[in-house]
Design a binder for this molecule. Structure first.
Ligand code: ADP
Ligand code: TRP
Length: 323
């Protein structure tokens, strides 16, 4: 199966990204043909600082590599290193109804949060469809927030195939319900842009501040603590197996538990969980040339597949006037 997914280098990667997408991608590479990419063209819809974008793209590459994405097993690249994707976006735009994009929750949410309502932001899902269709992606592991974007991709693929003849694979989303929406420290969806994220490779002090700042309710110490909607419980659970989760639940239901103690435990757990990757992460961050070389090789391999799909699409719409 060809498994494919991307992530925006629009800020530091966090636990939501890790459990919703990154960890699953690393697991997938063992048994599937994996394409993983950093969507810096997409990030341009919200990032207007060139130095910041450059830095975040490089950092995200280091994060993935340190966490075990293996460039020998998978195709790992930066979206803009295969600019063919922008040409495909245009071809797809002409079979994309305005209504389809107008219904996008993501677009409406972003505008409501103050991102300028530009044409790039509006057509974001078409570029995302191009990311997937250009490589014949069959399975797309994402968090729940991307469900509608995947539906839009499917719709565009089917309409293109219907209009011009079989050209693209119609992809399936792969959303794991348990991990689909990791809460941020304030209880909203954890996101790079909401200021509520716990970053994977935050330094010890920042990590401590973030975790100690997780919002908790005011249940007195000598009363059982609620489980439902408990942000601390949900975040801690991400690091536990079923037995661990049952034990944690039992502790929450037993009077006497102090949220502050649980936060300290969670802090130690998060730190230890990522500790084995931290050293490699630091090594990579010092070796820009090596990381850039890996990304370039990934782009070369990605382009080989991209060219096949793009040529087919160009032919099917009739751009090859010389034929
Ligand atoms: P962000 O909202 O932080 O900018 P992205 O939109 O770049 O994150 O998402 C990258 C990937 O991580 C997507 O597959 C997305 O579904 C997943 N993801 C992001 N936030 C979360 C979350 N809080 N819980 C689960 N998955 C998430
Ligand atoms: N829109 C996705 C997000 O914000 C990122 C993305 C861009 C993507 N292109 C993709 C995800 C292709 C999966 C497949 O998370």
């Amino acid at each position: 199966m060809r498994v494919l997914s991307g992530i925006q280098p629009s800020g530091s990667l966090h636990l939501g990204n890790y459990f919703g997408m990154m960890k699953r991608m690393v697991d997938y590479q063992e048994k599937n043909e994996l394409f993983c990419f950093l969507v810096n063209y997409h990030a341009l819809t919200s990032v207007f600082d060139a130095a910041f974008l450059r830095r975040q793209t490089f950092e995200a590459a280091c994060d993935f590599l340190a966490l075990g994405l293996d460039p020998a097993k998978s195709v790992f690249y930066v979206q803009s290193d295969v600019p063919e994707v922008t040409e495909l976006t245009w071809l797809l735009s002409n079979v994309t109804g305005m209504g389809l994009l107008e219904r996008s929750h993501s677009y409406k949410d972003k505008v409501a949060r103050g991102i300028a309502a530009g044409h790039g932001l509006f057509s974001y899902p078409v570029l995302m469809a191009a990311d997937i269709l250009l490589y014949g992606g069959e399975i797309v592991p994402v968090g729940k927030d991307q469900k509608q974007h995947l539906e839009i991709t499917r719709d565009i693929a089917m309409r293109f195939n219907h209009t011009y003849g079989e050209t693209f694979v119609v992809p399936e989303p792969d959303i794991e319900e348990d991990l689909a929406a990791v809460p941020g420290v304030d209880g909203q969806k954890m996101s790079k842009s909401y200021g509520n994220a716990i970053e994977i490779f935050a330094d010890a002090k920042t990590l401590r501040e973030k975790i100690m700042g997780i919002k908790t309710d005011s249940t007195p110490v000598n009363e059982p603590k609620p489980i439902e909607g408990n942000i601390l419980f949900r975040l801690y659970s991400l690091f536990l197996d079923d037995t661990g989760k049952a034990e944690l639940e039992e502790r929450f239901l037993t009077p006497g538990l102090r949220y502050g103690d649980v936060k300290k435990e969670l802090l130690a757990t998060v730190w230890e969980y990522f500790a084995p990757y931290r050293q490699e992460r630091e090594r990579l961050a010092r070796d820009k040339g090596y990381v850039a070389g890996i990304m370039q090789q990934g782009a070369d391999r990605a382009r080989q597949v991209a060219t096949v799909y793009l040529e087919r699409a160009r032919h099917n719409v009739g751009l090859d006037y010389w034929e």
